[in-house]
Write a protein that binds this ligand. Structure first.
Ligand code: FE2
Length: 270
């Protein structure tokens, strides 16, 4: 059957689409044959995919969630933005990024409601194999101490709570104040959540800060830093945790502190 479909596809003009569909159908036929899929299982599979579609709209994207929990989003990110050894790994931005975070001066707080355990963040941006990068733009966004983002609950958190945009100084350094983020669970009330529950797999993400770093002449970095002591650190539901991204959020008498280092790659030529 796969061969018959491939023969039919030969009539289509060569394109990336033809190549992709051909490869996908070949893999799909192999999967169906390998599993010995029954008609009832095919109907159940179609019903699941239909349900995923019914949970996808402007406010919620169950297809993206499915790609995330299957590891496909992280795989695509790794393939499209590979980083050499020594450079900070790239990760997905996730659904809570906003491009319009406010510019703030060094040392400012991004907590607009003052709720949560105080956290002092300091960091440094450098070039791979080179020195510090002055004037780099460092965007940060994070969940609050309840694991919720400002744009998830606009009626409970101030606009742009826990978001900000900073610039590195001549030493490539930046610093700001915030509150300790909590980890959170991805939505469990849709078909993806039910699938994961049936498999006994968790939807939890360990506590983290999101960063996007932009510097002239360098590839833009989008990444996370994760609390290495979070109980979910080895089970991130979307496979974003990499060894280099685990950091210590140290306890002090004044709250928590964390230091982060980002190493950017020069822009590739051509
Ligand atoms: Fe997040």
């Amino acid at each position: 059957m796969a061969r018959a479909f491939a023969a039919r596809l030969e009539h289509a003009a060569p394109s990336r689409l033809r190549e992709s569909v051909g490869s996908a159908v070949e893999t799909l036929h192999g999967l169906v044959a390998g599993l010995g899929l029954t008609p009832a299982e095919l109907r159940a599979s179609v019903a699941f995919l239909t349900d995923v579609g019914h949970h996808a709209d402007d406010r919620r994207q169950e297809w993206v969630l499915l790609a995330d929990v299957l590891g496909v989003s992280s795989l695509v990110e790794d393939l499209s933005a590979p980083r050499p050894a020594g450079a900070t790994p790239n990760t997905v931005a996730g659904p809570f990024y906003r491009a319009d975070a406010p510019d703030l001066p060094a040392g400012a707080t991004i907590s607009r409601d003052g709720k949560g355990e105080p956290l002092a963040v300091s960091g440094r941006v450098a070039a791979l194999g080179g020195g510090p990068l002055a004037g780099a733009v460092v965007e940060v966004w994070q969940a609050n101490g309840e694991g919720r983002y400002e744009n998830q609950e606009p009626d409970r958190q101030p606009e742009n709570n826990l978001r900000g945009r900073f610039r590195t100084d001549t030493q490539g350094r930046f610093a700001f104040r915030s509150v300790m983020p909590a980890g959170y669970a991805l939505p469990a009330d849709g078909p993806v959540g039910r699938l994961m529950a049936a498999l006994g797999l968790a939807l939890q993400r360990p506590a983290h800060l999101h960063f996007r770093v932009t510097a002239n002449g360098h590839e833009r970095l989008t990444t996370h830093v994760f609390d290495r002591d979070d109980p979910a650190i080895d089970g991130d539901a979307i496979f974003g945790v990499k060894p280099e991204l685990k950091v210590e959020f140290r306890c002090t008498t004044a709250g928590r502190t964390v230091d982060v280092d980002f190493v950017l790659c020069p822009l590739r030529q051509g």
